[in-house]
Design a protein around this ligand. Sequence first.
Ligand code: PLP
Length: 395
Amino acid sequence: MSPVESEKVVYMDNNATTRVAPEVIEEMMPYLTEYYGNPSSMHSFGGQVGEALKVARQRVADLLGADPEEITFNSCGTESDSTAILSALQNYPEKRHIVTTRVEHPAVKHLCDTLDTLTGHKHRITRLKVDEDGMIDIEEYKAALTDDTAIVSVMWANNETGVIFPVAEMATIAKERGILFHTDAVQAVGKIPINLKELDIDFLSLSGHKLHAPKGVGVLYVKRGTLFAPFLAGGHQERGRRGGTENVASIVGLGKACELAGKMMEEENTRVKNLRDKLEEGLLASVPKSLLNGHKTERLPNTTNISFEFVEGEAILLHMNRFNICASSGSACTSGSLEPSHVLRAMGVPFTAAHGSIRFSLSVYNTEEEVDFVLEKMPAIIESLRQMSPFWKGD
Ligand code: PLP
């Protein structure tokens, strides 16, 4: 890592994780200090803690347009994804087909890749294609559904590009065919309005640390009436749906974060979106051979993924690090592979562009000054790297 020359952190990596909101920390603290009872205990000391879980459950349900009984707390988005898919396969053992997409987060992608080993049964997985905007083809989706399909698992919004899939329509189509529908909404919750009462979604995954709650807490929504099999058998916690003593403080924090997200939804879709647009337009205008990855409009308000052709994403991040600017790259050299991201490959982004892709993901804590700072620094960073690139022939 190069030395950091700037004191102030400019954090634009909110799709990786978010800052815990001060209001969330304040609400959590009593449950880390004085209210340490077990919510399952018979005494009223523990009972108070049980009451706090109730409040949190209601707050999560309110953000999603769900009923509190449809909310099960767990450890993370990955657990929610696994639980939903494995539950469907366990309840419908005669069905061995899953429909998903080529651009899912590893939480779904790797589960599907390893499902046969995990379950000891052979499954057929259809991974839907996306076009150059990262968008799904509904006709291909309809054609993929069969009587053997146990579950559809399609993310609501993509973590790398922010592209939003038409999950409402896709869920209705699945419902008409009597097929369960799961959506990984880890990136969507808190950023776009969701009303599950109006939707045919059976399972929805969310994760606390993506919406200003702590890491290590998540939720699986299960629609009332949908057959369910727990992933973690154990005690009677979560009405027998998820064994294990509850992560009380984090659940309380998640409840508060959901309440805040509901209140800040408008700001997210106006001020944050405007900042994102300013950043995106500024970069595309000031850096030659830069391209937007992902649909122009069907996109989360906080995310932009831009390729700077003929330079390496990791190298760009290292240079940005000198100025304490935090973002992510779509190439995967850090994981020992020279392959760019599976999402950008599925979209057909050319090799020379996919390697130089950077995802900026903003939050309500970002300011216009920060966007201006990034816009001031990026052109020179890209230009200096291109001067060293054997592929760069000038613009
Ligand atoms: N799904 C998506 C779309 C994500 O972006 C992430 C995290 O990056 C996850 C699932 C996994 O969530 P968690 O880190 O809570 O397991």
